[in-house]
Write a protein that binds this ligand. Structure first.
Ligand SMILES: [Mg+2]
Length: 227
């Protein structure tokens, strides 16, 4: 075993966030009685990306981010609705429609059986992360589940990884591998803290960031050959 501790990102690494998000959004539009329009989701995503970027740059908190993205969306389409209620509905549907990336459960099962210590490290919102892991019956695989929204610090900040290491009783840094789809939070975070990293890059994107992944895989099963 080259590694003993594997730290997994959640969204778009183990969970198909993009798929669930679209379904949750459509359900939310229907629930509030809006006439669904083709470009609504795209319009929502523009505002959503904007607030997450602002959050990463420390310009706003996740408390504001939650409703602000729906406020931007409603303003863009010229509708007057409560953005706080919208957020609560959407997050609830996001848990309801949770789905896994193909091969994720099999991978976790294999790794757990073979004695690896597994953890989740996610920058997502607390209403979604643990309820979704529970809903998909994955909780027992993980020794630690670290949610940025609960600890008040996010990847790629080294402090996020320090807190993660605390919960895992500080394993040898050379024996820890960070696995995730994001160059800026997962790979950069691992680089900053001195952990090896594995970039899950299913669509073969180009690396235009400063992050330097130790490995790159396009399918989750390839991780078995690395660890
Ligand atoms: Mg991710």
């Amino acid at each position: 075993m080259k590694y003993s501790h594997l730290l997994f990102d959640a969204d778009n690494t183990l969970f198909d966030f993009d798929g669930s998000s679209k379904k949750a959004f459509d359900q939310f539009i229907q629930h509030i009685g809006l006439d669904p329009k083709e470009d609504y989701y795209r319009i929502y995503q523009i505002g959503n990306h904007q607030v997450w970027n602002d959050f990463e740059q420390g310009k706003l908190t996740t408390e504001i981010l939650r409703w602000k993205r729906f406020d931007l969306f409603f303003k863009s389409i010229g509708v007057d609705r409560d953005p706080h209620k919208a957020n609560t509905l959407y997050l609830g549907f996001l848990v309801d429609f949770a789905s896994l990336i193909p091969g994720a459960r099999e991978l976790l099962d294999n790794l757990k059986r073979n004695g690896y210590t597994l953890a989740i490290i996610t920058n997502g919102l607390k209403e979604v992360q643990k309820p979704r892991i529970k809903k998909k019956n994955l909780t027992h695989y993980f020794n630690s589940i670290i949610v940025s929204d609960e600890i008040g610090i996010a990847k790629p900040d080294p402090l996020f990884f320090e807190i993660t290491a605390d919960t895992l009783m500080h394993p040898d840094k050379k024996k820890v591998l960070v696995i995730g789809d994001s160059l800026t939070s997962d790979m950069q975070g691992g680089n900053n803290y001195g952990y090896d990293t594995c970039w899950y890059n299913p669509r073969g994107k180009e690396n235009k960031s400063t992050a330097r992944p130790t490995y790159v895989v396009t399918q989750l099963q390839e991780i078995l050959k690395i660890v």
